[in-house]
Design a protein around this ligand. Structure first.
Ligand SMILES: Nc1ncnc2c1ncn2[C@@H]1O[C@H](COP(=O)(O)OP(=O)(O)O)[C@@H](O)[C@H]1O
Ligand SMILES: [Mg+2]
Length: 345
C-alpha cells in the first residue's frame, strides 16, 4: 500500500488536488481512496459524502478496472469504530451509550489528528492500494504527525497509565486533595505538552483505557508507515502568491521531523494573457491588469525555483475557468498534470 499526504494552508486547493490525485490513480487502474476533511458542498456531493461516514465507491473505471473511493474524516465515527474494534465484547454498547462518551466524542475537535492516523489504519485494513490524505486544517500544520507520536509515548509510559486511571477522580476533586508529588507529575506533563492536549489525552485515556492502548499500538505502526519513504510521500499545495513562504515553511517543518517534501504543487497559476488590445478603454485596462498579475505570478514562481533548485519538485497547476465541484472538474485537474503517479523508488 502507498500513502500520499497533502499539506497546505487553508483555501489553496488541497482538497481539490487530493481528490484529483485519487481520481488519476483510479484511472490508472488502482483501488484508491481519498480521505478528505472539509470538501465544499458540491464536491462532497460528487464524492457521495453527503450523509455517510463510511467509505463510498465514487466510480469504477471500466477501462482500467481501477476504483475511486472517498471517505470523510469524521472524528466521532472513527472513534466509534475504534471502540467497536478494541473494547471488550459486551462493553462496546456500554461505552458507546455512556453519557461521558457522548460528551467527549462531541468535544473531540482537538482529536482530529489522532483520529486521522486511526482512520488511515482502518482503511489500510480495508484493502486499499493507495490512500491520498487531505490533511485537516490545524493550527500547527504537522500535528497529524506529532500528536499520535506524543500520544503513543504518553500511553506507553507507566506513570501516565497510572494518572490515566486516576484522572477522572483527580479532576472531580479539583486536584486539591492531592499531595505535592502527584501534582508535580501533572505539571511536568502539562509543561511538556500544553494543558489542553494533556486534558484531552488523559480524559480520553481514563475512560477508554483498552481502546486507548489499542489505539496507541496502531498509531505507532501507522506513524512508522508514514515515516517510511517507500510507503509514504509528502506533498504540498500552495498558490503563486504564497508559494515561497509556504514551501519554506513545510520544507523546514518536515525536515525537522526527518521527513522529506517531495513535491510542491503551485495551484491556480494563470495562463499567459492575450495580446494588449489597441487604443485606450476598459478592455485594455482589464488586459493590462491580467498581464500584471500573471507577470507577478511568473516572477514568484521563478523565485521559488531559484530558492529550491533541486527539491521539492515544483509543479504548476493552472487556474480552471470553473469551481472544482465534481468529477468533471477533477478530471480537468488530472489533465493539468496534478499527479505524475506515485513516487518511484
Ligand atoms: N485549479 C483551480 N482552479 C480554479 N479553482 C480552484 C482550483 N483549485 C481549487 N479551486 C477552488 O478553490 C476553492 C478552495 O479549494 P479547496 O480544494 O476546497 O481548498 P482547500 O482544501 O485547500 O481549502 C474551491 O472553491 C475550489 O473550487
Ligand atoms: Mg480542504
Amino acid at each position: 500500500m502507498r500513502i500520499t499526504v497533502y499539506f497546505g494552508t487553508g483555501g489553496v486547493g488541497k482538497t481539490s488536488v487530493a481528490a484529483a490525485t485519487a481520481l488519476a490513480r483510479a484511472r490508472a487502474g488502482l483501488k484508491c481512496l481519498v480521505l478528505t476533511t472539509d470538501p465544499a458542498l458540491r464536491l462532497r456531493t460528487a464524492l457521495r459524502l453527503e450523509d455517510s461516514t463510511k467509505e463510498q465507491l465514487v466510480l469504477r473505471d471500466p477501462g482500467s478496472g481501477g476504483e475511486l473511493w472517498a471517505a470523510l474524516l469524521d472524528v466521532r465515527a472513527t472513534l466509534e469504530e475504534a471502540v467497536r474494534a478494541t473494547a471488550r465484547p459486551g462493553e462496546v454498547d456500554r461505552i458507546l451509550q455512556h453519557p461521558i462518551f457522548g460528551s467527549i466524542a462531541d468535544s473531540l475537535s482537538g482529536m482530529t489528528e489522532l483520529m486521522a492516523v486511526e482512520r488511515i489504519d482502518q482503511l489500510r485494513r480495508h484493502g486499499f492500494e493507495e490512500i491520498v490524505v487531505d490533511t485537516p486544517p490545524t493550527r500547527h500544520a504537522l500535528e497529524i504527525l506529532d500528536k499520535p507520536v506524543l500520544f503513543a509515548e504518553l500511553a506507553g509510559s507507566h506513570w501516565v497509565r497510572l494518572i490515566g486511571r486516576t484522572y477522572k477522580f483527580v479532576e472531580s476533586t479539583g486536584m486539591l486533595a492531592l499531595g505535592r508529588k502527584t501534582l508535580d507529575v501533572y505539571s511536568r506533563v502539562e509543561a511538556m505538552l500544553g494543558s489542553t492536549l494533556v486534558r484531552q489525552v488523559l480524559d480520553f485515556y481514563s475512560i477508554f483505557l483498552p481502546v486507548a492502548e489499542g489505539y496507541a499500538t496502531r498509531a505507532q505502526k501507522t506513524v512508522a508507515m508514514l515515516k517510511d519513504p517507500a510507503i509514504t510521500e509528502f506533498r504540498m499545495v500552495t498558490n503563486p502568491q504564497k508559494a515561497l513562504r509556504d514551501v519554506g515553511f513545510f520544507w523546514d517543518a518536515l525536515h525537522q521531523r526527518g521527513f522529506r517534501l517531495s513535491q510542491a504543487l503551485v495551484n491556480r497559476v494563470w495562463k499567459p494573457g492575450p495580446a494588449l488590445p489597441e487604443g485606450e478603454g476598459l478592455a485594455r485596462s482589464v488586459v493590462e491588469w491580467y498581464l500584471d498579475v500573471q507577470r507577478d505570478q511568473s516572477q514568484r514562481i521563478a523565485q521559488l525555483r531559484e530558492a529550491f533548485p533541486r527539491a521539492p519538485e515544483v509543479r504548476l497547476i493552472g487556474e480552471l475557468d470553473r469551481d472544482v465541484d465534481g468529477l468533471e472538474a477533477l478530471q480537468m485537474l488530472v489533465a493539468h498534470g496534478v499527479d505524475p503517479g506515485p513516487k518511484q523508488d
